[in-house]
Design a protein. Structure first.
Lengths: 122, 112
């Protein structure tokens, strides 16, 4: 059974750096084809894909946010960490992590965490 | 900046059929965009429905199907149920040196 859970601060101040942790179970990030991604959703708005890290440490970022994002993994702890620098009130959102799988002819996200709401305010 | 466009809202009667579409600003959507579809109900995390255009997850109800239609990715609901009222999002993969994923703006489906 695959589960993911996001954790981190619920409130950050403008200009601060946000660090979020995704702790998962039911799969290993050392298994070929496996990835973990981050997605966010501002209140009342659409989903936005942020970043993805694969089993081989390959990393992908949203072009519009790439300069502010860093994604890392700790395979031994079953965790993926996302950092976002220079936070702004527009970054207020629910942040989700999700399990991903890439194969020869397929690529998808299937299992999602429950999400964690991060508010940016002074 | 790549933009993925969905219908903002659609309405369908219970038992009816409705098709939601997903277009890319870069041109026709093909299987190489690995279209994914998700359902999200208020206060809940998104739930995956379809991947790689037309493949269903083990939990996806049979009434949901995915396809390519007129240069777009499409999600068709046949025999719509009241519980299908939700927001639906597509997700497209853009390959290349800096490959990334882009969500559509979502379609609010009302069952009325």
């Amino acid at each position: 059974q695959i589960t993911l859970k996001e954790s981190g601060p619920t409130l950050v101040k403008p200009t601060q750096t946000l660090t979020l942790t995704c702790t998962f179970s039911g799969f290993s990030l050392s298994t070929s084809g496996v990835g973990v991604g981050w997605i966010r959703q501002p209140p009342g708005k659409a989903l936005e894909w942020l970043a993805l890290i694969y089993w081989d440490d390959d990393k992908r970022y949203s072009p519009s946010l790439k300069s502010r994002l860093t994604i890392t993994k700790d395979t031994s702890k079953n965790q993926v960490v996302l950092t976002m620098t220079n936070m702004d009130p527009v970054d207020t959102a629910t942040y989700y992590c999700a399990h991903s799988w890439i194969g020869p002819t397929t690529d998808y996200f299937d299992y999602w965490g429950q999400g964690t709401l991060v508010t940016v305010s002074s | 900046q790549t933009v993925v466009t969905q219908e903002p809202s659609l309405t369908v009667s219970p038992g009816g059929t409705v098709t939601l579409t997903c277009a890319s600003s870069t041109g026709a959507v093909t299987s190489g965009y690995y279209p994914n579809w998700f359902q999200q109900k208020p206060g809940q995390a998104p739930r995956a429905l379809i991947y790689s255009t037309s493949n269903k997850h083990s939990w996806t109800p049979a009434r949901f199907s995915g396809s390519l239609l007129g240069g777009k990715a499409a999600l068709t609901l046949s025999g719509v149920q009241p519980e299908d009222e939700a927001e639906y999002y597509c997700l497209l993969y853009y390959g290349g040196a800096q490959s990334n994923w882009v969500f559509g703006g979502g379609t609010k489906l009302t069952v009325l």
